[in-house]
Design a protein around this ligand. Structure first.
Ligand SMILES: [Zn+2]
Length: 146
């Protein structure tokens, strides 16, 4: 099951120099439990729907005003595995979140697919990210892929 939870190579590449993060991923792997499958989710929940759950990312990426994760209830790894109800429900969730958080009028909806795409946790998840705005304008947020 551990191979179905995280991609070790990408975790090492992204976080190899961060002992705390590596320990966290080792704990996830040792638990054998996907952290994005209900009821394992520890992130603060924002919204539960029939097919999707929105949570706060922890920790949020640097320079983000808002950083949410949008998780399918079902453990799937690729958006092409979504059924029709999940596809419709996804857009229902986006409409809900855009209404609840007016700051999402300026946001990124980001997704990694597959190991080459840079996934770490294999459970499909979209990042909804609103960048901070500083006194001199927008502050870039780094969303790595590859
Ligand atoms: Zn999962």
């Amino acid at each position: 099951m551990a191979d179905k939870i995280i991609c070790r190579e990408n975790v090492q590449r992204y976080y190899g120099d961060s002992r705390l993060t590596m320990v966290r991923y080792a704990e996830i792997e040792a638990s054998g439990k996907c952290p994005f499958c209900d009821p394992n989710i520890e992130n603060e929940r924002v919204k539960d729907m029939d097919h999707w759950i929105a949570v706060k990312n922890k920790p949020p990426y640097e320079n983000t005003l808002l950083h949410l994760l949008i998780l399918p209830r079902r453990h799937i790894e690729d958006p092409l595995q979504m059924d029709l109800a999940e596809e419709a429900g996804f857009w229902d969730m986006i409409h809900f979140l855009r209404g609840r958080y007016p700051e999402t009028n300026g946001c990124g909806l980001c997704l990694r697919v597959g190991e080459i795409g840079g996934i770490t946790i294999r459970h499909l998840h979209w990042h909804l990210i609103v960048p901070e705005v500083g006194p001199d304008g927008r502050i870039p947020v780094v969303f790595g892929i590859g």
